[in-house]
Design a protein. Sequence first.
Length: 425
Amino acid sequence: MSMLRLAVVSVLVSSTAISFVFYKQLFGGALPFVAAIILLIIITDIFLANSLAKKIVEPIGKADLDGVLSAPYDELAPLVKTIETHRKQIAKQLDILRERNDTIHAIMENMSEGIIMLDKKGVVISANKSAAAFFELPANVNGKNILEVFRELEFSVLAQGAIDGHRAELGMKQGDKTFRVFFGPIAGVGAIILFMDVTEKSRSEMLRREFSANVSHELKTPLTTIYGNAEMLAGGMVNDEDKTSFYDKIKNEAERMIALTEDIILLSSLDEKSRAELSDNVDLAAIAAESIRALENKALKNSVSVKLVAEETEITANRTQMYELLLNLIDNAIKYNKPGGKVDVCIYRKKGRIRIKVSDTGIGIPKEDQGRVFERFYRVDRSRSKHTGGTGLGLAIVKHIVLAQGGSIGMKSKAGEGTEIKVVF
Ligand code: ADP
């Protein structure tokens, strides 16, 4: 604006100077008078130029750039139009950027994986909610160097590597959780670190490994016995009177293998389905009676009496699974009983829920083992379980079925006195 003012003044001054030279020649004697007039004209010119420039510039200075622009005089209309168009474009671009930013922010905050972004100096630019929760990060983590946040040497080396353009992966433990951490470069920004909670995955991998090792072991023992006995029989090394006991051993071990294989198949089919199919309308009393009938011989052999008391027992559940559940519980109550002992099976409804209670007067379970008997292949007395044809999978199957049906299971037991297992649906 001052440039405009200067230009007007300089035009007026130069035209006045030219006039001065011309008039000096023409009117020599009247020079002082003329000079005074010229001076007056110059002052008037300056004043006029000033007020003209002000008139031109003032409306521009006062223009409300945040509101709708209107041209104060026609000459400014094209300029105002251009400014207005640019302003609309900028506002539109800003809206798009804001929307994108909100979307990225919402995605980051709602991800179950933890994310931390670093700038080129390794300073945290942002950390999402999951990352903050996993590692209990302070609220002011943004602006801190990653080396202050994670002090493990390997972590900081890989973070720096990502800033330098190298991708990497790392396994990490935090409390009882296990994480897989991915480091990746972001061109022009720095690096991104992604934390995936793999606790459940690594736990089930460990269980699977343990399970495979146990299954191999459990199958190897009867197979070795079968092979040894068959070899002796085939080699003619067994007297005729001993042969029957060899055949019996082979038969018993083969039965154990069949039972084990059936339990493994049942467990893996339960593992595959996260929820049981609730297709049947099941009468638990009828199923309990059926299970007791199937175990009649065993109860007789062990001199154990079984009693069933059942009231309201209709439930929507998977029939086969309910049969497996009751069969396993009653089977255990007979197997781990004492001669002349008792088993009581009660099925009743209380507070709107169906309850199954199987209690026995058997050998009981020591306190220290009570929490573990539901684990696969866990047995309190390994030799007794094997002697009675146990696979070590019965209670694991029962627990799996109960959880799949949305129920709960509890146990009360005293070594030497008996056990009570209660299932609530
Ligand atoms: P198993 O096939 O060996 O019976 P389970 O999974 O059914 O396997 O049971 C695991 C272990 O829990 C058994 O080996 C046994 O030691 C103990 N157990 C289960 N039920 C009873 C019970 N009613 N009384 C005493 N011990 C029991």
